[in-house]
Design a binder for this molecule. Structure first.
Ligand SMILES: [Zn+2]
Length: 476
């Protein structure tokens, strides 16, 4: 990879311990790591390549803690537009059973493209759908090709004999197979070393679709190999009711009973927590991923990020969640929405732009237990993003470029470097023919819908127009 100098950086937010924000700065990158950072004219070793970032605001890449890549082909499905979680899952199941590996491949490309362009340099994929010929190896291959730092959260579902849960049979995995395949993925791909580009996590899906044996044995396996564990938790009222009725406990109490708490565990959503559950999370150092867009879209409750951060002792990051519940994988916008949602519920000072960015960057790195990312400093991985401030969306708003990333509308980042490799330059993905990618994805989405409606004999793709005003009122 050689050496790369980023120079004349207008504003460099380092996210280091002192939170230094440097003006007229430079970063010298050697291979995959940052070697030196400074201000003024660079006078060090000659670089193989120099990049002039005059007018740019530069910061560490954002971390996405929760996603389901396959759902890139499930954006904007008419029958999923206005329904609560269990109903949404019901219609999703028709589509899920028709997925093939080639759909996963194209959906992974779309998700990673959107993530890279929106400032994400490290992403999790909670990957629980394994039907027909789908393979986890496919998304790892795509992530490696496209250059994003990747945590594959190996997902799963299971049923016990006589299980009356709502989980359809086609989603139920064989527990022994899940454990064996997780072990295979760890042995084949997991890079525990500093700067590792691929890591594996253990990730049964949810309390309403996983047997006790899978919860307990999978986390034993994860701890044997020193990998993290991840799952959905306390996401929505439907789920909370189910867990209470079945186990007589609240979700996090149930998770603790199964051993699913600790610094090596993080939950997506956590919108339904009561004070006892929050205390368990705080005491055990369990991480939380806030997914505001998904929570708003599926009418879940609000994750109490601001009150928890104020109380202290909580590790919280941000995730876009799958595109069936978000319809987008835009991580900077997710960060903006996290801020806005906290303010709507907890007041004007609930979350500032720098706090929102800290959650998306430092919080994400902390939840994933990574010391190598999230800070621009010598010795850290070269995961760096830059936004050219000289554009319409920032015009007139030049006084605080860092806050502008969250408060103004950032369509896309102009620069993204992951592990020293340039993935986005001048606002374009490097090595990706975006138009042909979009056309391929649309063809796959059409074919998937066609197979679904035919094989399940349902109609879920016809747009539904709902009037905001009764017709007669509009005539006057
Ligand atoms: Zn999810």
């Amino acid at each position: 990879m050689g050496t790369l100098l980023l120079e004349n950086i207008d504003t460099l937010a380092t996210f280091n311990e002192q939170r230094h924000v440097l003006k007229n700065a430079w970063i010298f990158i050697k291979d995959s790591q940052i070697e030196a950072v400074g201000t003024g004219k660079y006078r060090g070793e000659e670089a193989d390549r120099r990049m002039n970032l005059d007018g740019y605001v530069v910061l560490p890449g954002l971390v996405n803690l929760h996603h389901h890549f396959y759902q890139a082909l499930l954006k904007n499905i008419p029958s999923l537009q206005d329904v609560s979680l269990f109903r949404w899952l019901h219609d999703m199941h028709y589509l899920m059973r028709e997925f093939r590996d080639e759909d996963l491949e194209i959906a992974s490309r779309i998700s990673i493209s959107e993530l890279l362009l929106s400032g994400c340099t490290t992403t999790v994929n909670h990957s629980y759908l394994r039907v027909n010929d789908m393979r986890h190896d496919t998304e790892i291959r795509v992530a490696q090709e496209m250059g994003i730092r990747f945590h594959l959260a190996r997902g799963s579902h299971s049923k016990e004999k006589g299980d009356d849960s709502t989980l359809p049979d086609f989603l139920a995995d064989d527990v022994d197979e899940v454990l064996a395949d997780t072990e295979r993925l760890i042995k084949t791909y997991h890079q525990a070393d500093y700067g590792g580009m691929v890591r594996i996590a253990n990730a049964p899906s949810t309390l309403f679709g996983v047997s006790d044996r899978l919860w307990i044995e999978s986390i034993e396996l994860a701890r044997k190999y020193g990998i993290s564990s991840h799952t959905h938790m306390a996401e929505a009222p439907d789920e909370e009711r189910f867990v209470l009725e079945r186990y007589g406990k609240r979700s996090v109490e149930r998770a603790e009973e199964l051993g699913w708490v600790g610094p090596d565990v993080w939950y997506a959503h956590a919108t339904m927590l009561d004070e006892r559950e929050k205390a368990i999370i705080q005491r055990t150092g369990t991480g939380i991923c806030n997914c505001p867009n998904s929570n708003m879209y599926t009418a879940a409750k609000v994750c109490e990020v601001a009150p928890m951060l104020k109380a202290g002792g909580f590790k919280i990051g941000i995730g876009v969640d799958g595109s069936a519940a978000n319809n987008s994988s835009h991580l900077l916008r997710e960060t903006r929405n996290a801020l806005l949602m906290q303010r709507a519920f907890f007041g004007a000072d609930a979350m500032s732009p720098s706090q929102a960015l800290e959650i998306a960057i430092l919080g994400g790195a902390q939840v994933l237990q990574r010391q190598d990312i999230g800070v621009i400093a010598p010795g850290k991985a070269a995961d760096i993003i830059g936004v050219d401030f000289e554009k319409l969306s920032f015009a007139g708003g030049i006084h605080d470029p860092v806050a502008g990333l969250v408060l103004c509308e950032v369509d896309r980042v102009d620069l993204s470097i992951v592990n020293g490799r340039i993935c986005v330059e001048n606002g374009e993905l490097i090595g990706v023919d975006t138009l042909s990618l979009v056309r391929r994805a649309n063809q796959h989405a059409r074919n998937l819908m066609h197979r679904t409606e035919k094989n399940s004999n349902v109609s879920i793709s016809a747009p539904v127009w709902r009037r905001a005003y009764p017709y007669d009122e509009m005539k006057d």
